[in-house]
Design a binder for this molecule. Structure first.
Ligand code: AHM
Ligand code: MG
Length: 315
């Protein structure tokens, strides 16, 4: 039987640079460490809230903090990053090797916080840039438009653990084999299916959306099935493989939407476009939005091109 490990795949694919191969390998190490904690969380006193509230005003879980530390420590040790932006860090983190390293990473260490304690899929999302040569501040390195991403991906800790990435040359997925401790190529050159199956939205927000969103949701109800896990990574991964649209619109309570541009929308938009899909905030392509804040929120419509186009043309 011939298997392709993630290490062999990234070497064989001669990614844009050797550095990106190393970075993806380092992230696969961090993912294994996080997985180890996620699968044992109920046994190790890691469930529950940490007592902190993050920069976005959300309650931080213990596992959010642990995942954040694992990623920061693993990637700092490997010395490829100068700057890091995380959902769980109020400001940009500068590494000890910021002068000699060349890259910037933005990440959501453990997406789907509300699902951590109840054994529902959660995930890690990441977005990678080169350092910005025009930057005057640390923040400038992180405030780059999505089109400048050189790689992006996510890891879903679900009924199996899967890592998906793009480096601008297609989308590849790897399933973790706990027997040998390796991520093995399982999804080659992923393309979103042409005929979508699902729409994913928090239906409880229906009355808080504007009429354009309400009427659009009504059309989706007539043609598709609803699936909504409440972990963006899980909802996106399903729709990537089965076809569909994920949406988190602006609401009365959150007029700029809930999800964050830099470490949620941008990386998934890059993957989605690479798989033949689209991502918009309703007016603008997600990857073209000029960021102004580290924790900037954005309305998000993500998935099959026909459905995302249908929303942008919907009046
Ligand atoms: P998180 O990064 O703190 O987990 O917040 C983002 C999550 C997404 O994973 C998910 O799609 C969304 O929030 C769910 O929000 P809601 O509970 O409002 O439907
Ligand atoms: Mg998140």
């Amino acid at each position: 039987m011939s298997i392709v490990t993630i290490e062999k795949h990234i070497i064989d694919h001669a990614l844009t640079s050797n550095d990106i191969s190393h970075i993806l390998y380092d992230i696969n190490v961090a993912a294994k460490l996080i997985r180890q904690q996620v699968i044992r969380a109920g046994l190790t006193n890691l469930c529950g809230v940490s007592g902190h509230v993050n920069e976005s005003g959300e309650v931080v879980q213990r596992l959010d903090i642990l995942a954040n530390t694992i990623i920061k420590d693993t990637l700092s040790n490997h010395q490829r990053f100068s700057f890091m932006g995380s959902e769980e860090e109020s400001a940009v983190v500068q590494t000890d090797t910021y002068e000699t390293s060349d890259y910037v990473i933005l990440f959501d260490p453990l997406d789907g916080s509300s699902n951590i304690d109840v054994n529902v899929s959660v995930g890690t999302i990441f977005s990678i840039f080169k350092k910005n040569p025009q930057a005057n501040t640390l923040l400038d390195h992180c405030l780059q438009t999505g089109v400048q991403q050189i790689a992006a991906g996510y890891v879903i800790y679900g009924s199996s653990v899967v890592m998906v990435y793009t480096a601008g040359n297609g989308v590849y997925g790897f399933t973790y084999d706990p027997g040998i401790g390796e991520f093995i190529l399982s999804h080659e050159n992923i393309r979103i299916p042409d005929s979508p199956m699902y729409y994913s939205v928090n239906e409880a927000l229906f009355n808080a959306c504007d009429s354009r969103n309400q009427r659009f949701i009504q059309t989706l109800r007539e043609s598709l099935s609803l699936r909504y896990v409440g972990s963006l990574v899980a909802d996106f991964h399903r729709n990537l493989l089965k076809g569909g649209i994920y949406m988190y619109p602006a609401t009365r309570q959150s007029p700029r939407g809930k999800l964050r541009l830099l470490y949620e929308a941008n990386p998934l938009a890059f993957i989605c476009e690479q798989a033949g899909g689209l991502a918009t905030d309703g007016c603008n392509r997600i990857l073209s939005i000029e960021p102004t804040e580290l924790h900037q929120r954005v309305p998000l419509y993500l998935g099959s091109a026909a459905l995302v186009n249908a929303y942008t043309q919907f009046n």
